[in-house]
Design a binder for this molecule. Sequence first.
Ligand code: GLN
Length: 474
Amino acid sequence: MFEFSSIEQFHAQLQEGKVTCLQAVQYYLQQIRSTRHLNAFIEIYADEALQRAKLLDERRQAGHAIGKLHGVVIGIKDVICYKDHKVSASSNILKDFTSIYSATAIERLLTEEAIIIGNLNCDEFAMGSTNENSSYGKVLNALDETRVPGGSSGGSAVAVQAGLCMLSLGSDTGGSVRQPADFCGIIGLKPTYGRISRYGLIAYASSFDQIGIFGTNVPDVAVLLEVMAGADEYDSTVSHQEVPAFSSLLSGNKKFRFAYFDEALNHPSLDIEIANSIKNKIEQLKEDGHEVAAIEFDLLDYIVPAYYVLTTAEASSNLSRYDGIKYGYRTAKKDIDLTEFYKLTRSEAFGKEVKRRIMLGTFVLSAGYFDAYFTRAQKVRQLLCDKTAAIFKSYDFIIMPTSPVTAFKAGEKMDDPIAMYLADIYTVMANLVGCPAISIPLFKHSNGMPFGLQVMANRFDEVSLLQISRLLKP
Ligand code: GLN
């Protein structure tokens, strides 16, 4: 039987002739079919994945050098465009829409010979923390099917958790890669804002959105990052900084400087077992010779409100393009004027949470309230950026929990959007300041569910972030 542990090992087995790309794809297709009830995949690209696997096998067997991602089987979140494949952001408004180009990230994966096996369920327009806001229905956490996988990239997390592909892509605007990784017991990396091109990533909140990576080990995540990262003429917000060869810079036994916030570890919303595990980890880091210090941080309770003001504002603007005129869903009602047409189209096709956010965003941008909400939230964002920049002058990392609790029970928070938003307390900071952050699966709760440690690093310091991740999870 095919078994995957890492890209490096997979490649060694391919070269030794012990396994083929075709066998790998066949194995994953079988796994996907036998776990359809998890609802992780929306569409499976079975035929083309098989064909591509055959082609890659032939090329390799003919002696061609192999790409960094040769035969690596990857699933992609349904917000990332892949030419001639459907993409809908799990929304009825984009039902049956087909991508007319591929995201830069996808192009780069393909150039390195990856195999895209299908697209993955998520919260509608990446808005949510449980994957319950999807037009395709909820996704089940494979470790406990009564629980949610987290969100918004729930399908991407479960696909890796349940062994339905080797790695997957998600998007992280406020934690949508790290939190489902935390809930599912795998690694989730959100790179620095501007590290990976957003060209071909359906926008939620453009100054926050970033493509992220799910995997089971640090070296694999590092390879994917190095392949996708770097300047792109189609996205002016991508950094032109040279991309380090992350995967070859992982080793070492450096002693690092960690900061943490007492306010975060003693927050009333934080599960006591999670708090204790992180506190123990802090002691262990000290014993291992790292410097760890508590930092005063009085902005914690402002970050979720700032995040929801700013992201809903951006979303209300970004989602105004879905008007039923040029593409996507349109109301069937005839003989109506244009305004009525827009209203019906959008009312019929957007889900409840998306509507809530469009309304909230439109409100905070409205003339009478702009200064009171939007401008203020921008100021909080600036304060946070200044504060974090100051911290990273003296420390390599900030450590925090990823989520205040382990995976919720399905339905548990659906009637209380505020409670749902507040659970984003630890993840949204990295998006507000644009720094990279990772959730590393290190712990298990007495309720049987896994949870992770979140580590944030300075902007564009993914090298250190991946090094410490490797140290913590060898
Ligand atoms: N839970 C966050 C939200 O609902 C995360 C979203 C995201 O990162 N896409 O906004």
